[in-house]
Write a protein that binds this ligand. Structure first.
Ligand SMILES: *Cc1c(COP(=O)(O)O)cnc(C)c1O
Length: 392
């Protein structure tokens, strides 16, 4: 799954390029940098690959989520609809803007259910944030339709879905804005890094300004630049951008390996009675970083996950009991421990999440991560362990 599995000379070369100039800053130093602009180069390549007009690299996927929501105009008192199954950063970004996260149900895709989103939109709803969790897509066209009809902004959290698509269109290009992550365990890694993608020129201006204290990035004298808005420092470092640049050249190879390895496991699991799979609206666009399957009951799933781990199978996740990917165990977050005081006050002191249908699905779901370095023998060994635990 993670891009670090395929590090090599390409990453070393790009990083050395930067170290040879000594310019780690992504802006300016035009003379000293000898024409090396790693962040810019990545942004152009990534936007082109996605079919988006603009990409802005930033310091993390969390930063990308925050920048995207800020650029979308999400602010104090707004409601933002989020899925129950994501990484907690999606929701931290909502709180950072002083907005209130509202959980909607997920469906068999393990992503936001368009019908539940439609039900939970209120006059206060400003944005909906679908998350393409574990590398497979939400019903993103239906979600886009709901958002359009109801006049709310869609911001995709595509942090886990780099390289994915739905009916030939890249994930991350359905919303007004999208966030990607290149953290140490994502499909492409920069060490730390993220990106915001948009095809809207005005939103793009807000994105790169917000990520750099409001600098307008006009001209090449940083000291003389205007500051139309305020913002933060969410800048990427050229060293991280250099790693990302090497990694993007490997994306197609990574996806091909993942799809092959996932298909092998899925074919074997499909023969076991009681096993069903997460719905994937367009299997051709699946990034295949994970294989998610369901067992008939919560008890069976929890016990099977434990038995698989005990049998020595690495990369088995039972997210229902996990405390950073599914909201059920996010106590620190639901009681809104400081410092998110604006959101705390506006939400009336606590966040509630009423998602019984999602709980029932998540309780039955086991997720397996898909490796890039597996040999045929590794795959056969994994299948054998899966069969020994699940065939009864
Ligand atoms: C990883 C991730 C993030 C945050 O990305 P970082 O680069 O780790 O800050 C946000 N949302 C989702 C769904 C993620 O998986």
């Amino acid at each position: 799954m993670p891009g670090f599995e395929v590090f090599g000379d390409e990453e070393r070369k790009e990083v050395m390029d930067v170290l040879e100039t000594g310019v780690l800053f992504r802006y300016g130093f035009d003379q000293a940098r000898k024409g090396r602009w790693k962040a810019k180069e990545f942004e152009e390549k990534f936007a082109l690959r996605l079919g988006a007009r603009h990409c802005h690299l930033c310091s993390s996927g969390t930063a990308a989520d925050h920048i995207a929501l800020a650029a979308a105009g999400v602010g104090a008192g707004d409601e933002v609809i989020v899925p129950p199954f994501t990484f907690v950063a999606t929701i931290e970004a909502v709180l950072a803007q002083g907005a209130v996260p509202v959980f909607a149900e997920m469906d068999g895709t393990l992503c936001l259910d368009p019908a539940s989103v439609a039900e939970r939109i209120t006059p206060k709803t400003k944005a909906v944030v679908p998350v393409h969790i574990c590398g497979s897509m939400a019903r993103i066209d239906a979600l886009a339709d709901v958002c359009r009809e109801r006049g709310v902004i869609m911001v995709e959290d595509a942090c886990q879905a780099v390289g994915g698509s739905y009916k030939g269109k890249a994930l991350g290009t359905f919303g007004a804005l999208a966030a990607f992550s290149f953290d140490p365990v994502k499909t492409l890694t920069a060490g730390e890094g993220g990106a915001v993608v948009t095809s809207d020129d005005a939103l793009y201006a807000r994105v790169h300004q917000f990520a750099d204290h409001g600098h307008d990035h006009i001209g090449n004298d940083r000291g003389a630049e205007g500051h139309p808005i305020t913002g933060f420092n969410y800048r990427i470092c050229e060293l991280n951008a250099a790693v990302a640049l090497a990694q993007i050249g490997k994306l197609d190879r990574i996806l091909a390996i993942q799809r092959n390895n996932k298909a092998a496991l899925k074919a074997a699991l499909g023969k076991i009675s009681g096993v069903t799979f997460r719905e994937v609206p367009d299997p051709e666009g699946d990034t295949a970083t994970f294989l998610s399957f369901l067992l008939p009951s919560e008890n069976e799933a929890r016990e099977a996950a434990q038995a698989l781990a005990k049998a020595g199978l690495p990369g088995v996740f039972y997210w229902y009991d996990n405390n950073w990917h599914y909201h059920r165990r996010w106590d620190h977050f639901k009681t809104l421990a400081a410092p998110f005081q604006t959101a705390t006050a506006l939400a009336g002191g606590k966040i509630t999440a009423d998602t019984p249908r999602s709980d029932a699905l998540m309780g039955r779901t086991i997720c397996l991560s898909i490796g890039l370095l597996w040999t045929e023998a590794d795959i056969a060994g994994r299948i054998q362990k899966l069969e020994s635990v699940l065939c009864r």
